[in-house]
Structure formats: C-alpha cells, structure tokens
Design a protein around this ligand. Structure first.
Ligand SMILES: [Zn+2]
Length: 767
C-alpha cells in the first residue's frame, strides 16, 4: 500500500465513505465520552449515532441489574419517558441482553424467522400499532464493559436496501457498542457515586471508591449499617461520617450526648418502641420549630408521619446515626435504674384532672400521687448520676412548661421540660419530702431531704423554696455529695504552692485558712490537707455544716445552729477534748474567728474557711471583724484562696496559634513585669488550646474542673504588715514579691499548660 496519495482516496467513493464514517465515529465517540450523564447519551446523542447507520431508528438500552431489566429514555414532546424491557428471550432487545448475542432480523413480523433464533422470541407490535411505524429489520447488539453487560443497542429499518443489516453495519454497531460500554460504565459509576451519602469521603480521599464498594457489600452481608462498617473497618471517624451526611442531606449532623435536654412536652404522646422502630425522635424546639433527628431526612413518607404526630409542619430535620437516635430515645425514655421513664410517668398522669390546677385549685392535686413521686425521684436520680450539684425547678406562669435545670461542673443547663399542669403537684411533692409547709407559698422555706437511691445509696439534698413572680414557687435542691477524700497531690497545686502548703501544715500550731466563694472547692481542699496530716498520733476534730466528706481517723461533728450548737460552741467543746488539730467549717462570725485564733495560739493547728475573694483580702476582713492584729499575726501560717475552672476535654481540645492581640491580652492580665520573668515569648512555637466538643464531653469541649490557687504565706514581713493593719494592695504586693502567684496568674499558667483556657480563668477570677 505504498505510494498512496490524496488523489487516490478522493478517487474512491468507497474509501471516501469509509473516511467520512471514521470521522463521524470519532466525533460521536468523543461526544459520548463527554456526556454529562446517561440520560444525555440515551436521549441527546441518539440521533448522532443513528447518522452512522443508514437506518430509521435507534435505541440504546441500559441495564438495571436490580430489576433484571434494560431501560431506555426518550422524549415525547418535552416529556422524558422511559421504556423498560425484561432481560429474557421473549423480546429482541431482551434476548440480546440475556444471551449476549447479536440479533440480526430481516423482518420482525416473520414469526418463523424469530422462531429460528429462539422458540420464545416474539416481536411486540404495540409500538408499531400506536405510531404507524412498520418495523422490518432489527439489529440488536449487547453493550459490554469488561464482560459486564451494560446495555443493548438496537437499530431498526435499513433506509434503502432490502434484506438484513450487513456485516459492516454489524461491526460498526459493535464498535459503537464498545464505546458505549466504556461510557455507560463510567457514567453509571459516577452517578451511583453521586447518589451516595458518602461522596464526601471519596472526594476528600478518606476512602477509595473500590473500598466504598466493598464496604457496601460487606455491610449487606454482615447486616450492619454501612456507617458502622466504615467506622469499624475503614477507620473513618464519626466526625467525617457526619460531614459526609451533612454534605449529602444539607442539614446538621447530630451526635448523641447524654447531656441532651429531655423534651418532656414533645415526647409525651410518643411511644418509645414506635420511635425506636421508626428511627426518629424530637430533640427540642428551636425558634418555634420542632427539631427532629432522623436517620434519613429525605424520606418523605417518614416526614409526613412525623408532622402528623407532632401536629405541625414546622419541623427542622437533622441527621443522626441510627444507633445515636436509639441512644437519644433511651435517654429520654429509660433510666439506668430501670425505673419508669418520664414519658411513662407523664403518660400515666391524668391530664384532664391535673389541668384543673390551672384555675389555681392546687389542692385538687393529690400530692401523694405515686406517679408524681416517681417523677421527682427520677429527677433526683438523674441529677445525681449526671454529677449535678444543684437541681433548679423553675415553673413559669400561664401555660408555659416547667423548666428543670441541672448545674454540672459549675454551669447550669436545661435538663427537662415538664408540662405546666404538673408544676403544683411536683412542688408540693418536694415540699413534703423536705418537711416544708405545703400551705406556705408566699414565703421562702428551706429544708432537707434524705433520699435513698434505688441502688441503696443515701444522698442528702438541701432544699430551698422561693416564691417567684406570677404566684408560682421555684425550688432549688442542692445535692450534698458524699465526697471522697482526695490526696493533696491531686489538688492541682503548683510546685511552689504544694511545697509551701505541705510545709505549713506540718507545723504544730497556727492557723491555715482556705478562702473563696461557695462552690469553689474549699471543703475538698481542706479535707485533702487534713488527709495529709491524718495520722494515729494526732487527734483531729472537725465541725462541719454539713459533713460532706467523711474521712477515717477524723472525729467529725455536724453542727446544729438551730439548737444553739454552732461553730463557736463546737470549738469550745473541742478545746476541752484534747485536740491536736481542729477544723472549723467556716469562720462566719467574730466569735468563731476569735476562738480559732486563740486555739491556734495555745498549741493547736486550726484550719477553717472564709468567704473572701483573695488571700490578702481575708486578712483585712478578719481585722475589720475586730480580731486582734497582734494575735492574728502571730497565729496565721498561710491563706489559700481557691477557684474551680472548667478543664478542657483531653480527648478533643485543639491546639492553635494565638493571635498577637490574644497573647497581649493575657500578658496584660498576668501583669507585664511578672510575665517577663516567665520567659514565654510570642513565637511560632507558642500554642494555646481551645475547646472543640466530642462524644465524651458533649458540645462544650470542657470536662471536669480543677483548682486554681493563690497561696499567701505569713512570713515575718507579712506578720509585721498585719500588725500594722496594712491595705490589701500592700499585702498583695509584698506577697507577690515573696513568690505568691495570684489566682489569675495561676489560672493563666494552667491555661498555658493546656489544662484550661483563658476564658474560663477570667470567668472565675473576675470579682
Ligand atoms: Zn471532648
């Protein structure tokens, strides 16, 4: 074939035609590969392919393996319609798909010709009948990709020539089929991928496409949720699963938290088992809308049911993993103590009867109602098991819900809403439990509850009822934790503070004070201190109100101010009972403080607490109370001021580089001169930590608390200044000169170490 010239080609019409065909084939191949989706190939590119053949009509079918069918689409006017053909030997396209053979028929109406191919084979005339088209020749060829059937290409009616489609036309059809095979495979894979909830994972290279495919398969075999399979086997984090779901459903991903507020009013009429089966649960209200978590926010039927049951269309849907939804349902409906759930309890209350209370006929409610008892018991049990220090029961006026909040780690958070109709019965029940007068509603009262948990443990609660605006009563219950004694080493004292405090508590006599507001952990610290010196050779008396922590070896006394046995009285009796060490819960008054100073001057070690803000302030406060400066200066060993700060969750806290401004603010707060001595410079290695939130700490990013301290040591110089009744300022400056770090400074140092952050430190240090 040497020496071919252009002239030779143009001279041959057959060659020219072949060249035109090649060009057209190349062109259509490119267009097929460039198609956006399968629909475009089936509908828009069909005519271009048809042009390659001298034929009247062409159809491309795609395999739908799930239904064992092939389908195609066509435009009827502007409407997109679908034809479906089963994969079997009964139709011509179906036969090509089922056998993988090329079918070439000269007359579709010739039953013998069809029978010669396969006994079952027939031609469906209905299309012809409707359209008036008369089908004669049919060429149907399977479309393959790597031995995988992708579809069928079918061409009808040769234009000019009688007889069957030629060998050349068959090979052209097979050539087109090959191009289509590749294109359909790619598009189908792409479209399937586009449709999964885990697109995000592939896009972000967290999993390979093949891995996702096998995860689907594996999850199906293991009867496991795909999400779980991805997390378990492919180590995809729950956060990434969440981002993928958010990306796909365009809503928020909600993770389970045991701090979730029980939406008592929303789930009152919903059955637990129903929700567990249907996998949805309301979480609460946001801007007047009900927020529901559901496993599939695109499920219209489910959404319909939800909106019917909640009697509103104002619903926000968020996505959560099925197992998390179940956990939420369990949290809302069940408790670990196998008691009755809120909803059970609320469901059993007779709504009609209780709503009479609305007319302020409170007495109609029978306070002994066992159901109300269970409700209150559940609140106390839940508060205790969540580590709450206080329970706030806050009724609202009118038909608004009662809100119940728990304080955990120093912060209040909503725990549960209870329908308004139960408020009177609930409050009355608590008042009965705490021996308060239920007929007195316009004056504050206080009492105590000794409560035995279902587990047998006894807990004590201090109860305060306070009349609030609108003729209702708030009740606040403080849980008096039966605390464990912690060792002094666990008090998060700085090296200097630990050394100094162990030094002063080993002295035979003198006074040590621990100061701070209520709830700053003074008692815990005092007990840790006592624990350090609690030895058989020492007699230790303590007077406490109440005894929160019990410690073996100590002789602990609960004072009873109501019958005249107060701190001062307890101290006087201790002095007659051969003490080495005396701990007094609080130096509330001059009398107690005076006896304390005297006791420490007569050879006893006295420990106590005061409600003052800082160590230097404590000195001035006691002197202002009338304590003799000379005696006090002699007696004092040291004062430890304390606060509790929330600590960052160790699992999820995030290191980051602070801005220069942020750094400057902290330096300013610490005191620039003092800060200079720390040798911390602003540079690229400097890291701060901030909260993030995870399944361990909930959304806050904080978990637990730690102490920050300010320890003033009564050095000779300080003692001289006390005698001269010097100012707080002067005392503080001198102490700092001698090595004291202030509360704020200690807190900042702990935030530099990543235990907490500046925000929390500032929060507790602001006076
Ligand atoms: Zn965390």
């Amino acid at each position: 074939m040497n020496g071919h010239t252009k002239a030779q080609y143009t001279a041959s019409p057959v060659l020219e035609e072949k060249l035109r065909l090649r060009k057209a084939l190349l062109d259509i191949t490119n267009r097929i590969h460039a198609a956006q989706n399968i629909k475009q190939i089936l509908v828009d590119l069909k005519d271009g392919i048809l042009n390659l053949f001298n034929a009247h009509s062409l159809t491309i079918y795609v395999v739908d393996p799930a239904r064992n069918e092939i389908y195609s689409m066509f435009l009827a006017g502007t409407q997109l319609k679908e034809i479906r053909v089963p994969i079997n030997n009964q139709s011509i396209a179906g036969y090509a798909a089922s056998t993988g053979k090329v079918v070439n028929i000269s007359d579709a109406y010739n039953k013998d010709e069809l029978k010669a191919i396969d006994d079952e084979l027939s031609f469906d005339q209905s299309w012809d009948d409707k359209s008036g088209f008369r089908t004669r020749q049919i060429l149907a060829a399977p479309v393959w990709y790597n031995n995988q059937l992708m579809g069928v290409i079918q061409i009808l009616n040769k234009k000019a020539i009688e007889g069957i489609f030629s060998e050349e036309e068959i090979s052209l059809a097979l050539e087109i089929a090959e191009v289509l095979g590749v294109a359909l495979y790619n598009k189908q894979r792409f479209e399937r991928r586009r449709k999964t909830r885990f697109d995000y994972l592939i896009q972000h290279d967290l999993i390979k496409e093949e891995e996702l495919e096998s995860a689907w398969e594996e999850a199906r075999v293991q009867k496991e949720l795909l999400e779980n399979c991805l997390m378990r086997k492919y180590k995809i984090s729950k956060d990434d699963i969440g981002r993928s779901l958010e990306d796909y459903y365009r809503c928020s991903f909600v993770q389970y938290s045991d701090k979730a507020v029980i939406p008592g009013d929303l789930i009152k009429n919903l059955k637990r088992d129903f929700l567990r089966r249907e996998l949805w649960v309301p979480l609460g209200k946001v801007d007047g809308k009900i927020r529901v978590v559901v496993d599939d926010p695109n499920n219209i039927l489910k959404k319909d049911t939800i909106e019917n049951l909640l009697k509103t269309k104002n619903v926000i849907y968020d996505i959560a993993l099925a197992e998390d939804i179940i956990k939420f349902i369990n949290l809302f409906y069940l408790t670990s103590d196998a008691e009755h759930s809120f909803t059970d309890i609320l469901g059993r209350l007779d709504d009609d009867e209780l709503s009479l209370e609305d007319d302020l006929t409170d007495e109609l409610v029978t306070e002994s109602d066992s159901v109300i008892m269970q409700l209150v018991n559940k609140i106390i049990n839940d508060a205790y098991s969540r580590g709450a220090s206080d329970i706030h029961i806050e009724p609202n006026i009118g038909r608004k819900n009662v809100e119940i909040r728990f304080r955990v780690d120093g912060d209040c958070a909503l725990y549960q809403t209870v329908p308004f109709s139960y408020r009177a019965a609930m409050i009355s029940r608590i008042k009965i439990m705490s021996n308060l007068d239920i007929t007195v509603k316009r004056l504050p009262q206080d009492g105590k509850i000794k409560y035995r948990r279902p587990t047998g443990e006894e807990i004590e609660l201090r109860v305060a009822s306070i009349p609030t605006q609108g003729g209702v009563e708030d009740v606040v219950l403080r849980i008096l934790a039966k605390g464990e004694t912690k060792p002094l080493e666990d008090m998060a004292l700085s090296t200097r503070n630990f050394k100094e405090i162990t030094d002063i508590i080993s002295k035979p006599y003198g006074m040590i004070l621990c100061v701070g507001p209520t709830g700053s952990g003074k008692t815990t610290t005092l007990h840790a201190t006592l624990n350090h010196i609690n030895r058989p050779d020492r007699k230790i008396w303590t007077a406490e109100d109440p005894v929160e922590i019990t410690q073996y070896g100590l002789r602990q006394v609960q004072v009873q101010p109501k019958i005249g046995f107060d701190f001062a009285a307890a101290m006087r009796s201790f002095l007659r009972a051969d003490p080495d060490i005396i701990m007094v819960g609080e130096m509330r008054d001059f009398e107690t403080a005076k006896i304390g100073v005297e006791a420490s001057l007569t050879g006893h070690l006295v420990l106590s607490t005061l409600h003052t803000n800082s160590a230097p302030e404590t000195i001035v406060r006691l002197l202002d109370m009338g304590i003799d400066p000379l005696n006090f200066a002699d007696a004092l060993l040291g004062i430890l001021a304390q606060r509790l700060v929330r600590t960052l969750c160790g699992k999820c806290k995030e290191a980051y580089r602070p801005s220069k401004e942020e750094f400057k603010e902290i330096v300013e707060a610490y005191g620039p001169n003092e800060f200079d001595k720390l040798n911390i410079r602003y540079n690229s290695d400097l890291k701060f930590y901030r909260p993030k939130g995870c399944d361990e700490c909930g959304p806050t990013g904080y978990k637990g608390r730690m102490g920050i301290h300010e320890l003033l040591i009564a050095t000779d110089e300080i003692k001289r200044m006390i005698q001269k009744h010097e100012t707080v300022e002067a005392l503080r400056n001198k102490s700092m000169e001698q090595g004291m770090t202030t509360l704020l400074q200690d807190g900042i140092l702990k935030s530099f170490q990543g235990y907490t952050d500046f925000l929390q430190v500032r929060r507790v240090c602001i006076k």
